[in-house]
Ligand binder design. Sequence first.
Ligand SMILES: [Zn+2]
Length: 116
Amino acid sequence: MARRSPEAAQYRALYADPRWCGPHGIRKQAFLRDLYTCKRCDCIVIEGNRHHPQAAVAHHKVKHRGDPKLFFDLENVETVCKRDHDTLIQREEARGYVIGSDINGRPLDPQHPWNR
Ligand SMILES: [Zn+2]
C-alpha cells in the first residue's frame, strides 16, 4: 500500500465515523438517493467488493480537507464507480476543478475560474 500522507491519517477517523460509514450514514444515504447509479457514467455500482471497477464510491464534490461540515454534508456527496473515481476524479483533483460543462458550455464546477 502507498504511504499515507499526514492528511490521510488525519481523515481516517472521519471515514470510520458511523455518521459516514454506518448503516444509516451519509455514504449509504448517497448511494440510496442516487439509486446505486454512477453520476459520471450511469453504470450500476455495487457494494461488497471495493476492488471491482463498478464498486460504489461516495465522492465529496467539494474537497472536505478534514472539515466535518463538508464531510458530513449529503449534498456534497455523489455516487461514482471505482473506475471513474480512479481516473476522472483523480485528474480533476490534479487540476483543482470538475471536468465538464452544461448545455450552455458553462463549466459545471462552481470552483472553475469562469464561475468565480
Ligand atoms: Zn462510473
